[in-house]
Design a protein around this ligand. Structure first.
Ligand code: ASP
Ligand code: MG
Length: 448
């Protein structure tokens, strides 16, 4: 079995869905193809604004709602004109979403805390994937591709860590095995019937499911796996199915040595060793979700990154390779960084017990450190400048330490650097902090 993943950009309009369906059609084989799909376009961002935080709906609520409804209905009507079924299915999901928001806005006032917000978030935001896959399943069936819509909440089992559901691998493997058995049985019964060729052709060719979402054990609540988590969903399915490969279809020609938003002369990397891909995702390469590679590496499943714009082109592959091909410097840029220097009030050394306190606060607030360095008198951390998290962090640190900070910074990571490459990237900007290992250079500089 093969697993395909299509992200939001690959299904952001009716034409994009037609193109995606064409790719699916080209790759149909005897065994069902497992297709994982995200919410359409920027729907997840829109749904985030509909998550209730108190009993009154936001002032933008009705215009956002209209946008959500029109966007999906327009795509559906363009794909299958004059069809009531697809419209009714979308309306029914929108009705469920509306009821969910109303019910949650009451509970939000009763327990207005962080964990309740995370719970509400998952119940609302997950509708992006539910609606997109419903539309696409209808469309593929309309094209004559026999497609089974599978609710990911029934097979991707997680704990109740809302917004960052942690996979229950044993239960998930069991659910996916059951699904596979069920499909095989269905295929066998069809094979034994009179007209084998026609029947097999009609049996399920595509299993279509949602990326990003999962479900807790009973009572079932929806969970999400973290923003951009659909790549991870594809990897989980591939792991549990012992899939032959995973293909992520993207709007770039493959794994590039830098984000084309920041860099003009990008080079496509054809082969990337698993560990290199894990390192790059860890440093912030946005091409794949950081959790994606480990499960497939454990089973030696190759991961392909290909362009949905030029689907016949080869793309990149992540696998059991020894080196990058071609060997070239790799760049990762993270903007909007803040560098905090934390100093003990009594001018004592930054000792282990101070560090323990600092990391306790970071972990409690849920902040990931992108770079850290300590000296005798201070401890510096570079983090994403998200005011909702950084403000409480500084407040809490200030009760025990002196805190200084610099904002509007860029964190640059260069793997396989040369001094020449570093100089051209830094371009005379002052370097606030620098760290170098044999393979990796990291620098913090003001944004350009
Ligand atoms: N729709 C989700 C997001 O935008 C998941 C994904 O696209 O991978 O974060
Ligand atoms: Mg993505």
């Amino acid at each position: 079995m093969k697993v395909f993943k299509f992200g939001g950009a690959s299904v952001n309009s009716a034409d994009a869905v037609r193109n995606m369906a064409q790719i699916v059609q080209t790759h149909l084989e005897k065994e069902p193809l497992v297709v994982v799909v995200s919410a359409m376009g920027k729907t997840t961002n829109l749904l985030e604004k509909l998550v209730p935080t108190d009993s009154s709906l936001s002032t933008q609520h009705s215009s956002l709602w209209q946008q959500l409804e029109d966007y999906h209905l327009d795509i559906a009507k363009s794909l299958i004109p004059n069809d009531e079924t697809i419209v009714n299915k979308i309306q029914s999901l929108l009705h469920q979403l509306d009821q969910t928001i109303t019910a949650l806005s009451h509970s939000a006032t009763q327990s207005p805390n962080h964990s309740n917000y995370n719970y509400c978030y998952d119940q609302v935001v997950s509708f992006g994937e539910l609606i997109s896959t419903t539309i696409i399943a209808e469309y593929l069936n309309h094209l004559g591709i026999n497609t089974l819509w599978q609710d990911a909440r029934e097979i991707i089992k997680t704990d109740d860590h809302f917004r960052e559901g942690r996979i229950d691998w044993k239960a998930t493997e069991q659910e996916i095995k059951n699904l596979k058995l069920h499909l095989e049985e269905e295929l066998n019964t069809l094979k034994n019937k009179d007209n084998p060729v026609k029947k097999i052709k009609n049996s399920c060719r595509v299993i279509l499911t949602q990326g990003f979402i999962g479900g807790t054990h009973s009572p079932l609540s929806t969970t999400t796996l973290g923003r951009e988590g659909s790549d991870y969903s594809a990897a989980i399915l591939a792991y549990c199915l012992n899939a032959e490969s995973v293909t992520i279809w993207k709007d770039v020609p493959g794994f590039l040595n830098a984000d084309p938003k920041f860099f003009h002369d990008t080079v496509k990397i054809s082969q990337i060793p698993y560990n290199e891909a894990i390192e790059l995702a860890y440093y912030g390469a946005s091409v794949i979700h950081p959790k994606t590679v480990k499960p497939i590496q454990n089973k030696g499943i190759p991961l392909y990154i290909r362009s949905f714009i030029t689907p016949e082109a080869e793309g990149s592959s992540i696998g059991d390779y020894r080196t990058l091909v071609p060997e070239t410097p790799l760049y990762i840029f993270k903007n909007n960084q803040i560098l905090l220097s934390i100093l003990p009030r009594d001018y004592s050394f930054i000792a282990e017990d101070n560090l323990q306190v600092i990391f306790g606060i970071l972990s409690k607030i849920g902040i990931r450190v992108n770079l850290m360095q300590n000296s005798a008198l201070s401890f510096s951390i570079c983090i994403d400048n998200n005011p909702q998290l950084v403000k409480p962090l500084i407040e809490e640190l200030k009760s025990m330490f002196r805190v200084r900070y610099n904002e509007d910074l860029q964190l640059i990571t260069i793997r396989y650097y040369t001094q020449e490459v570093i100089d051209s990237i830094v371009a005379n900007r002052p370097i606030l902090l620098e760290q170098r290992s044999r393979t990796t250079e990291q620098l913090i500089v003001p944004c350009k």
